[in-house]
Ligand binder design. Sequence first.
Ligand code: ZN
Length: 410
Amino acid sequence: MDAWPACAVPDLPGRGEPLRLFDTAAQAVRATAPGGTATLYVCGITPYDATHLGHAGTYLAFDLVQRMWRDAGHEVHYVQNVTDVDDPLLDRAARTGENWMSLAEREIQLFRDDMTALRVLPPDEYVGVVEAVPEITESIERLLEEGNAYRLDDDVYFPVSAAPGFGTESNYDRDTMLALFGERGGDPDRPGKQDSLDSLLWRGRRPGEPYWDTGIGAGRPGWHIECSVIALNRLGMDFDVQGGGSDLIFPHHEHSAAHAEALTGTTPFAGHYVHAGMIGLDGEKMSKSRGNLVLVSKLRAAGVDPMAVRLALLDGHYRADREWTGGRLPAAEARLHRWRAAAALPAAPTSDKLLAEVRRSLADDLDTPSALAAIDRWAAGALDAPATEGDPAAPGAVAKLVDGLLGVAL
Ligand code: ZN
């Protein structure tokens, strides 16, 4: 399906540094090692509710990953999925009486509009599960043929015993896995499974639910296999970064990796597993089930500058769970105002050192708070100095670096 329009990314003088990112599997910050074309897969939305700030924070982090790779001279091949058929979407449609496809279509468009407003770089391939059903089905058939899947009633399961590396992405112990599996869409207590942690590859047709007639029967794909197959068929194994929110560490990313490893007989699925922290409100994780969402579209409708939203999110480190408090937005608006005022001056302190500093901060596991602080110092110096002093090229050069590396249009 169509993604959303890309904003231009200006070329900056010189060359950026190699990007280092925290890898959940290694539990350490490691250098990413892309070839000429860096490869990225980020798990997309389940389109049943509009983009909240938690989503925005996650996609912003991977937007910066792309900017850093490009600045270091790489091309980027970026794939994102849309889980446009799954239980939460169908449940919501059933509750409100809306057609599930219309609901998905509307929410995907809202997400596209939010991403465009926030200047998040789009994926090169934006793939809905509905359009990927044939390739997913073919992979499940292969897992069945090779003894890496089993049938239970009309459903098909993946046995974790088929993946020797199971557990090495999340590093969680079995009790933690069991608890998270139950909380996040798994069915640890279903009788008849070989192991409580085995995950659903194919859900046989249920009354009132959408289904596809396929070689493995009538039904629809499970959640994890969709990402394994969509990523594998476009990026291959050992692509550079698998990304998402930290609530995807288990079971989603562990099982996606396990499925792909069983399908190919090789490892690893991704070079880095990178996870963004959760955004909380009033001490609670922002989530649909808690009903405490701050929606990007609502902020936009209220006239908030999307660049201030972007800056407010970049003010915290992407990996940290952080609070969206009442003061964040006004502080970001004030910062944006100062940066714009400095970038509009006829002259300002030279920007070469600042470019190196911002590059160095972002290359270090996307340390945006340090990058923002460096630009604050430059802006304060520029605004304090008499307007005629300094380098006349500096205000424009800083606007370009803020645009290129942080995606903020001044
Ligand atoms: Zn996914």
